[in-house]
Design a protein around this ligand. Structure first.
Ligand code: DHB
Length: 390
């Protein structure tokens, strides 16, 4: 009798506890943000986390009757770790949305889990075209290398750059950058003299740059991931490539706003194509850059930060549209087709491809108010990912 009483009391307690947690569960909306917070890609994680927290500070953590909970996990940019963390976030934490994904292999490693669990997966950084095809639950708020590289393939030959050597990190986004740049440059009457690929992990640019010097092209076109640009710039200048008459061009990853100001005068005049510059002259961007700096000891936001900030916007709006009642499918539907002004300029989530449609700007490194910036001087409006047209 006593035992039975004890048992039923325990069961009651357990039942009470689980109903409390069930209430807590339904009143919270969890975002599992997986980022490289340490290792080679750590600046990407730092920028995106700071931007996500800024978005929450500016927009509150109560949306459509839900309390937003941000759970940040460090995947050290190792795809197996990304997948394990995503699995834990889905199964144990029961997150409503997965977000982040600093590099392409991390996004690919997680895509099947998003599909199986019907969890929307907001890619805030990784930029290989085919990522959005890896799961119907993926929505992207960053950019694609094809978008950026095509703009440079148009600009270069019109500006006296005919013979080019390409140098890219040897993985998805680098291969996209190489392919789409070359295709467009060749179409416009230019020529790629040689295509060089450098390992993603611990790259040594020196032997490649020596080769470029010997080939004497008009320009070297570079793609390296965020955080690696300063090393390329340093070695490019140390080898006197600029003095040998070789221009440095590329997608804007190489003149990353996270590092640009420390690159020195040697970076002046470098032209790149990209979707975001901290110097983008809109009122919204000025406000964003100022608030981001204020919240982060003067840190300048880069294109990763804007991908994180806009990704949070897409999630918040989806939660509002579904009035806090939506599961994965409904949230995903509410993410598709969102159109809004970002600090980068106007942007749109194409409902068909779930990828971002946005302006791509041509920018030149200039000194403004004592600091180095990518100053926009031309724009190609509403660029869809050329990687989807094939
Ligand atoms: C990727 C990573 C980057 O840091 C970047 O600047 C562009 C693309 C990627 O892995 O997809």
């Amino acid at each position: 009798m006593k035992k039975r009483l004890f048992l039923s009391a325990t069961m009651l307690a357990v039942a009470a506890l689980s109903s409390v947690s069930a209430i807590a569960q339904t009143n919270t909306f969890k975002i599992g943000l997986i980022l490289p917070m340490t290792g080679q890609q750590a600046t990407t994680g730092r920028q995106i986390e700071a931007a996500a927290r800024l978005y929450m500070a500016q927009n509150g953590d109560n949306v459509a009757g839900k309390k937003i909970e941000l759970i940040v996990k460090d995947d050290t940019s190792v795809p197996d770790v990304t997948r394990r963390l995503a699995q834990e976030l889905i199964v144990n934490d029961k997150v409503n949305v997965l977000a982040g994904f600093g590099i392409t292999p991390s996004a690919f490693a997680t895509a099947p889990l998003a599909t199986q669990s019907k969890t929307p997966m907001v890619v805030m950084a990784a930029a290989t075209s085919s990522i959005t095809q890896a799961s119907p639950y993926i929505v992207r708020t960053s950019f694609t290398l094809a978008q950026a590289a095509v703009a440079m393939g148009d600009w270069a030959p019109k500006n006296g750059i005919k013979k080019v050597v390409t140098l890219v990190s040897d993985y998805g986004p680098g291969i996209d950058a190489e392919k789409y740049f070359k295709e467009r440059l060749t179409f416009n009457g230019g020529q790629v003299a040689e295509s060089l690929r450098v390992p993603l992990r611990n790259p040594d640019f020196a032997p490649f740059l020596q080769k470029v010097r010997d080939l004497k092209p008009d320009a070297l076109f570079v793609f390296v991931p965020s955080g690696a640009g300063a090393a390329v710039m340093k070695q490019f200048l140390e080898r006197g490539m600029d003095k040998a008459g070789i221009k440095l061009i590329g997608t804007g990853d190489v003149t990353d706003d996270d590092q640009l100001n420390d690159m020195g005068d040697g970076a002046l005049g470098v032209v790149t194509s990209h979707h975001y510059s901290a110097a983008h002259p809109s009122a919204l961007n000025k406000k964003f850059v100022e608030a981001f700096g204020k919240a982060n000891k003067g840190l300048r936001p880069n294109f990763m930060a804007v991908g994180g900030y806009d990704g949070m916007r897409v999630i918040y709006e989806a939660l509002k549209i579904t009035k806090g009642k939506g599961g994965g499918e409904a949230l995903l539907a509410a993410m598709k087709g969102q159109i809004f002004e970002s600090p980068r300029g106007p942007m749109f989530i194409d409902a068909q491809t779930r990828d971002v449609v946005q302006n791509i700007y041509l920018r030149k490194v200039e000194r403004k108010g004592g600091q180095l910036y990518n100053v926009e001087f031309d724009v190609i409006k509403d660029v869809k990912d050329p990687g989807k047209e094939k």
